[in-house]
Ligand binder design. Structure first.
Ligand code: NAD
Length: 334
């Protein structure tokens, strides 16, 4: 893979992936295509932008003419651009469908015309829906419960169909919840940290027993790169291996790191369709050689350190969606 187009490269996971790819000797060109929505930020690429390997294109993955201009000459695509927040998808389903489904189809069309060697479509464990027991393998039925997950499931099926119908060499990755520096504070860990570090109370949804697997973003990017290099076209790879924690357990860990007590925590009514448990079998990516390398304790400590140093990056609470009753929406999921 000599030249890679990364969509959504100014976002959380995309920017970490770009940092990784530009340090790879065999890759001599990385192009980021990102429309810089509220979730994208050039500052996420501040180190990478110094590299002569990187080109940044501001634009929309739904813009077929632009995608048709930018993609030729790249040997591979890693597609991360998405509306990635569950609660926003509950408020604006059309936006999630437009970016996540139509944007994916626009890129697949262009990839088909250009004959790329690999198209990695980055997806989520949420497409499997709740797993009260057991764990989902890659061939498990898709049972998304919220529009975000449904739009990702639709885009996964669209990507698979381009492999079967047109031979586009698509691989799909489905990872668990990522954490680490640069995540937008609408997501649970940065939202809680931003509040705790400014002495504001945090709110936990319902009973707080929702179980999620927390994977360091660098581990996810390591796995995505593995799939980019060695993934078999037409295959789906679950990416897990982080640490399983309930929301209350995670909250306890964050409180300990920042040195605060449960007095800073309140509970609010649960949101609709807040899946109780996600769980995946990730033995297939393990066979490709993947092992997570970051442990939660040091990963969370590093994340807290980063937010302490960047606390003024999101100066007002305006970027945090609220519910009709005024309670903040704190997605447990990515
Ligand atoms: P993010 O919200 O931080 O970043 C998304 C990026 O996409 C932003 O830079 C945004 O500007 C860009 N973007 C949005 N709409 C666009 C459009 N129409 N055209 C071009 N760019 C656009 O998201 P993230 O957390 O980095 O997630 C990246 C991908 O990984 C998403 O596809 C998401 O579904 C998937 N994923 C995320 C997690 C997680 O825990 N964060 C877990 C599993 C899968």
């Amino acid at each position: 893979m000599h030249s890679v187009l990364v969509t959504g490269g100014a976002g959380f996971i995309g920017s970490h992936l770009v940092d990784r790819l530009i340090q790879t000797d065999e890759i001599d060109r990385v192009t980021v295509l990102d429309s810089l929505t509220y979730a994208g930020d050039r500052r996420n690429l501040s180190a990478a932008l110094d590299s002569p390997k990187l080109r940044f294109v501001e634009g929309d993955v739904c813009d077929a003419a632009l995608v048709g201009d930018v993609l030729p000459g790249h040997s591979a695509v890693v597609h991360l651009a998405a509306e990635s927040h569950v609660d926003r998808s509950l408020r604006d389903v059309g936006n999630s469908v437009s970016t996540n489904v139509m944007g994916t189809q626009t890129l697949l069309d262009a990839a088909m015309r250009c004959g790329v060697q690999k198209f990695v479509h980055v997806s989520t464990d949420e497409v499997y829906g709740p797993m009260p027991t057991g764990s989902a393998r890659e061939d498990a039925p898709l049972r998304p419960t919220v529009p975000y997950a449904a739009s990702k499931a639709a885009s996964d099926l669209m990507a698979s169909s381009y492999f079967v119908s047109f031979g586009v060499p698509v691989c799909i990755t489905r990872s668990s919840n990522n954490y680490g520096p640069r995540q937008h504070p609408e997501k649970l860990i940065p939202l809680f940290l931003r509040k705790l570090l400014t002495n504001e109370p945090v709110t936990v949804h319902g009973h707080g027993q929702h179980l999620r697997n927390w994977l360091h973003v660098e581990d996810n990017c390591r796995a995505i790169e593995l799939v980019l290099r060695h993934g078999v076209p037409g295959e789906i790879y679950n990416i897990g291996g982080g640490t399983d924690l309930t929301t209350l357990e995670l909250t306890g860990r964050l409180l300990r790191i920042v040195g605060m007590s449960w007095d800073s925590v309140a509970t609010v009514a649960d949101r609709t369709a807040n899946d109780i448990r996600y769980a995946m079998d990730w033995s297939k990516i393990a066979e490709l050689g993947f092992r997570p390398q970051r442990d939660l304790a040091s990963g969370l400590a590093e994340t807290v350190h980063w937010y302490r140093g960047n606390i003024d990056r999101w100066p007002t609470p305006d970027t945090t969606p609220t519910r009709a009753d005024g309670a903040e929406l704190t997605a447990v999921s990515g």
